[in-house]
Design a protein around this ligand. Structure first.
Ligand code: UT7
Length: 323
């Protein structure tokens, strides 16, 4: 008897406050035209004062539970991908657990920056298939704007706050190879950490620090690494880009998405793009885009979804699943 994980529902949440490119142009030397042309971003959402990553994660998780027709009592695993936790410890996932009123199972955070959601999904999928838990909330949530240097135009225009979540459940039986959550390919290369990092931390400076990035160099690695991860996933499954119903990439820069889609012959109308609405929300961006695709009626039950991400570390990966 085999075990396979299935996605039962998706949810997302964006904070109310919107900061447009025009607003940003009043803060730093930039323009709406430059930001749109170089990134595809039009606006980003900013968490309210006192609104924590765990609040955003809990809102997204509640919507995913509702979509799945489940209650918090049905969940025994929470994995939260975040780079902007509420506190140094405990894991913000435990705050989500408490806010949802869940008193069993386990909750922990995963740190893989913009690739975090895919690392969390791969971790939850593995744990479920191993029989350790039954139903998981996999969440990506960030208050990323709290680690932004608002005087650095090379980074401050790129990021936003938000959260997204999926509920997954393990089932036992006989399955076709392309049912449910099919496979993941996750990678890191620690030798490239100086190209994208935060210049603070508990054991280094004792401060929170700010995002530092050599955007141009990250960009070049992004297209190559993401394409390689996707090719690994397709090679493993014997599927081709023509089999994919929806491409749901990490939303960092529309030019990266276009570059990857072109390289892999994925038609434009199969690419889910939400970066214009919420900018790069790091670990939250894939589940935000996925939930958008589901709630707008584009992605439907049975559709084959290819997802990818690349971020600090470097970390990167790709996942393939059927809704
Ligand atoms: O999700 C995590 C992974 N991160 C990413 O995927 C981000 C990857 N990188 C990028 O998305 C792009 O590299 C950026 C959007 C960050 C920058 O775009 P670019 O086309 O690579 O521009 P660039 O860094 O080569 O800069 C071009 C010019 C520079 O001016 P000079 O030296 O040519 O005079 C910059 O100083 O654009 C200037 N510039 C800006 N101008 C107006 C940089 N930021 C801005 C800005 N507004 N906000």
């Amino acid at each position: 008897m085999a075990r396979r994980s299935f996605i039962l529902g998706t949810g997302s949440y964006l904070p109310e406050r919107v900061l447009t490119n025009v607003d940003l142009a009043k803060m730093v030397e930039t323009s709406d035209a430059w930001i749109q042309e170089r990134t595809g971003i039009r606006q980003r959402h900013i968490a309210a004062d006192g609104q924590l990553t765990s609040d955003i994660a809990t809102a997204a998780a509640s919507r995913a539970l509702e979509a799945a027709g489940l209650t918090p009592a049905d969940i025994d695993l929470i994995i939260l991908a975040t780079t902007t936790p509420d506190r140094t410890f405990p894991a913000s996932a435990t705050a989500v657990q408490a806010k949802l009123g869940i008193t069993r199972g386990a909750a922990f955070d995963v740190q893989a920056v913009c690739s975090g959601f895919l690392f969390a999904l791969a971790t939850a999928d593995s744990m479920l298939k191993q029989g350790l838990f039954t139903r998981a909330l996999v969440i990506g949530a960030e208050t990323f704007t709290r680690i932004i240097d608002w005087s650095d135009r090379g980074t401050c225009v790129l990021f936003g706050d938000g959260g997204g979540a999926v509920v997954i459940e393990v089932r036992e039986g006989e399955f076709a190879p392309d049912e449910g959550i099919i496979t993941h390919h996750i990678r890191t290369d620690g030798s490239k950490s100086d190209l994208l990092y935060v210049d603070g931390g508990v054991s280094s400076t004792g401060t929170i620090g700010h995002v530092r990035m050599e955007g141009n160099r990250v960009f070049k690695h992004a297209v190559a690494n993401i394409s390689a991860a996707i090719e690994a996933v397709l090679d493993e499954t014997g599927l081709t880009s023509a089999d994919i119903d929806w491409f749901v990439p990490h939303q960092a820069n529309k030019r990266i998405l276009d570059g990857v889609a072109k390289k892999l012959n994925i038609p434009e109308d199969k690419v889910v793009i939400t970066v214009d609405q919420h900018a790069n929300t790091s670990a939250a961006s894939i589940p935000l885009a996925l939930d958008h695709a589901v709630r707008t009626g584009r992605a439907k039950a049975g559709d084959l979804i290819l997802s990818e991400a690349m971020g600090g570390g470097f970390s990167w990966g790709a996942s393939l699943f059927r809704l």
